[in-house]
Write a new protein. Structure first.
Length: 563
């Protein structure tokens, strides 16, 4: 019925202690322990943390140097050029820092390269842009930690650079006026998983606190939340607090562009969840960069015109719909190639490309391919003799480490453990495939490539009451590092159903301990033939909350079923 490996950790003593100290249900305490939260004070901060639980920005070793150089530029009325990136994290980092430095009296400009013509990051040729704009200080956001040659050339031309980034560096760190990147050895900051917006927020925090403007910081949390979720950052520690507080702030928005964006997403004036950001708001901002119109996303937040921002939000909605159509076509073609050639049985990492694929969306498709075949995937778009790739990986395999090993075949690359981008000459693609799969063969076993269903705790239907659901709500927001808890209940009776919905989903009613719940299994209509009314099954599920015609509904979202 389900070929996934079900993995259930034992109940640990730390969970019993946390449950007793905090007065919470043991299954939820076990969820916390599974997230490596092993003591009661840490559990209390996780469930109820506020901005007071965040760290001093000056723990960054380079923060004082960064603040002093920026303050000097403001005092001397030097032009400050913010160099950003075209994804949601980079766009929102640019918007945040521009607004903050302008508020502090800075003469501020910005530049974001277009994804489809210039690619990612600061390149040597961008010095011409800096000099043409008359900037004396460049502050990079969400990029720059690998821009060694650019920083050196800028210094020679009399331009200082402050780097703010969260990506892994190369072999050499740029000799900038300051480099703020939490992943660097010696960075000094205890939170290594900040998104680009998180690093920028800490810089703004340092600048504002020195100016006595600490109370104004909350206004930036909306954008920090959107950028952090959109960049699929780890939702523990400070990221979790930023997102939790930022989602609350999104219920009351003053920026007219953001209001119109929420409106086209159907969330204006409503409670905004991490799912709304991840699947509605963030993709529309990202669509601008993916489709070669980054300028629209930035203008949305800077324009004071109601008519213009309304039109931009509508256009972003259209671009996102176009992106979805292109993505679906590429996904279908990629799956057909994989299955026709049996690539998933021959290779541990899937690498394929086409002249017909849009380089702005191959990363999204790579993520879907990774999920569909449970193995790393890198997809390439071919243009002008080059292959532009974007990859996504499973938990057992570091793609950035793989690219490090294959660097001799690449013209450029960068990224994270689970998400990378790279460029190479098209004639090098075959050699790169061989090298990448050789690296994957060493690190990935057959067991790694089987789908895992990681359970959090055993739960009885009688335990699902108002108090349990109230504490469960405090576990959110959910995402990378803090996935939705998956519970298991054994020997559950199928009270009614199964029903097939829209030819692909499944709905049934489950009963145990005198309690009956409606359950849904998305895209698993194939389970229906092996489930019968009155039968007993084990179920793995998360909780799905919705509101239908003003009535709150609770459903079990089935992750796995077995006899």
């Amino acid at each position: 019925m389900d070929d996934a490996i079900w993995s259930l950790p034992p109940v640990r003593e730390e969970a019993r202690t946390i449950a007793a100290d905090l007065g919470i249900p043991l299954p939820i305490a076990q969820v916390l322990v599974n997230r490596r939260i092993l003591d009661s004070p840490s559990a209390r901060r996780f469930l109820h943390g506020t901005m007071d639980d965040t760290h001093d920005p000056f723990l960054f070793t380079a923060m004082r140097a960064a603040v002093e150089r920026i303050e000097a530029a403001i005092v001397r009325r030097e032009k400050i050029l913010i160099f950003g990136d075209y994804d949601a994290d980079g766009v929102l980092s640019t918007v945040m820092l521009h607004k903050a430095l302008t508020t502090l009296g800075g003469d501020v400009d910005y530049f974001i390269p277009e994804r489809l013509t210039e690619g990612y990051g600061i390149k040597d040729e961008h010095l011409a842009v800096v000099l043409a704009r008359g900037a004396k200080l460049v502050v990079s956001v969400d990029c720059g930690v690998r821009a060694v040659d650019f920083v050196e050339a800028a210094r020679a031309a009399g331009v200082d650079v402050v780097v703010t980034d969260h990506h892994l560096p190369g072999d050499v760190i740029p000799a900038a006026a300051a480099v703020l990147d939490p992943v660097l050895d010696g960075a000094g900051y205890p939170e290594r998983t900040l998104a680009g917006v998180g690093v920028v927020f800490k810089l703004i925090q340092a600048l504002y606190e020195k100016q006595g403007r600490k109370s104004a910081l909350r206004h930036f949390l909306k954008l920090v939340a959107i950028g952090t979720i959109s960049d699929i950052a780890d939702l523990r520690g400070e990221n979790r607090i930023f997102v939790k507080q930022g989602l609350l702030e999104l219920e009351n928005v003053s920026n007219i562009g953001l209001r119109h964006l929420l409106d086209v997403c159907g969330r204006a004036g409503k409670k905004v969840s991490e799912g709304d950001v991840g699947f509605r708001i963030g993709p529309r901002i990202n669509a601008a960069g993916r489709m070669g119109r980054t300028d629209l996303a930035v203008r949305l937040f800077f324009s004071d015109s109601d008519a213009e921002t309304r039109e931009i939000a509508r256009r972003l909605d259209e671009l996102n719909s176009e992106r979805q159509r292109i993505e679906e076509r590429i996904f279908k073609q990629a799956c057909e190639k994989i299955r026709a050639k049996g690539l998933d049985s021959r290779y541990r990492i899937l690498i394929l490309g086409s002249e017909d694929w849009h380089r702005g969306v191959v990363g999204i498709v790579a993520s879907k391919i990774k999920d569909a075949f449970n193995r790393p995937a890198i997809l390439f778009a071919y243009e002008d003799g080059k292959a532009f790739g974007s990859g996504r990986s499973i938990g057992e395999f570091s793609l950035i480490a793989c690219l490090d090993e294959c660097r001799d075949h690449l013209l450029a690359y960068g990224g994270h453990t689970y998400a990378v981008g790279c460029t190479l000459a098209r004639e090098s693609l075959s050699a790169f495939k061989q090298a990448a799969n050789a690296a994957a063969k060493v690190r990935l076993t057959d067991d790694h490539l089987r789908r895992k269903l990681r359970l959090d705790a055993v739960l009885g239907f009688e335990e699902i009451d108002r108090d349990f659901l109230g504490v469960l709500g405090n576990l959110g927001p959910f995402g990378v590092g803090n996935p939705k808890p998956v519970f298991m209940t054994e020997k559950v009776e199928v009270a009614a159903g199964p029903q097939i919905l829209k030819r692909k989903h499944l709905k049934l009613w489950l009963r145990r301990d005198g309690r009956t719940f409606e359950a849904v299994a998305w895209d698993r209509a194939d389970w229906a033939e092996r489930i019968s009314k009155g039968g007993l099954i084990d179920v793995a599920y998360s909780f799905l909350f919705s509101n239908y015609q003003g009535e709150d509904r609770l459903q079990l979202s089935l992750e796995g079923v077995r006899p």
